[in-house]
Design a protein around this ligand. Sequence first.
Ligand code: OSB
Ligand code: MG
Length: 376
Amino acid sequence: MKELHILLPIKQIRLHKLTMRLKEPFMTSFGTVQDKDFFITEAIDDKGNHGFGESVAFSSPWYTEETVQTSLHVMEDFLIPILMENEISHPDQVSELFYPVKRNNMAKAAVEGAIWDLYAKNNQISLSQALGGTKKEIDVGISIGIQPTVKDLIQKIERFLEEGYKRIKLKIKPGLDMEVLREVRKQFPFTPIMADANSAYTLKDIDHLQELDDLDLLMIEQPLAHDDIVDHATLQSALKTPICLDESINSMEDARKAIELGSCRIINIKIGRVGGLTEAKKIHDLCQRHGIQVWCGGMLEAGVGRAHNIALTTLPQFVLPGDTAGSSRYWEKDIIKPEVRVEDGVIHVPTGPGIGYDIDEQVMKDFTEWTRVYDF
Ligand code: OSB
Ligand code: MG
């Protein structure tokens, strides 16, 4: 099957630098984001197909070490030149070619994503089909940042449940955790709820974290250090609540080791964090073989990144609702048309070629600071 699906020679890559403002600031244990700078990557082939990707690094390195600036440096000075020097016939080859560049996964994913979309468009299939996805609709949840008061939080949860979201994720940090979760659990006794600590705790907090076990949470996401899988194994053996790893899993090898050590029971797959769709698929397949549940995380993406997340989530082991909420949860206006819509807690997967959404040229232009062109 792979042999039939060819990728035409790439003629040009464009990097579009965008600035967009979230409707409201998003607060986590490590800081707040409201203005989002990022890149839309565009790959163009001989036939005039245009493939799009999106970079997910933030302006400062609080989630992982990458930033908007490091992404630009790595894409422009290393990754795009590698593509200029090599011919590829399938997008899976991109991550192999990028292998000599250590880490910088978000930069890699941004470039690889445009090539996956280009490949699907050239073959007149959806990105979901190109990846081997099967679902026609995907279940979605919502991630809520730290709120000024518990009352604000409860109101937000009520609103999102009315909109149909299938699970609620709350951001927690030391001092704003058990009390908040207890109050939320009291107000919503039957709602699927989880908490994300973004690596705010250490093993010294083990007794404190055991209080989570009374709250009937779906999981606790990344309680310990961003680069740890050893202490997480110790914590998981002391907790009934399943641990989900986010920051700690940057490759299939990381996932294999975490599964072997018992560091988690669930993995949050983010395309940017793991270096692209090919690696994301490998982690998915590994988890499927080991009975580890997966779901698709979010990076407050604009429409292109959101569309990639939707396509990935159509793979069968994405059994838990992800963080891919509708466009309107984040943006006054998204850069794709139609925007991503959530109805009764599901997104209907688009069936058109590639990502299945068109770029809204006017909106894109309004948010574009500059564009650089690389001719092959
Ligand atoms: O840890 O999952 C995370 C947002 C920014 C950085 C890290 C995370 C998040 C989210 C929100 O939880 C996900 C989203 O709604 O896109
Ligand atoms: Mg997380």
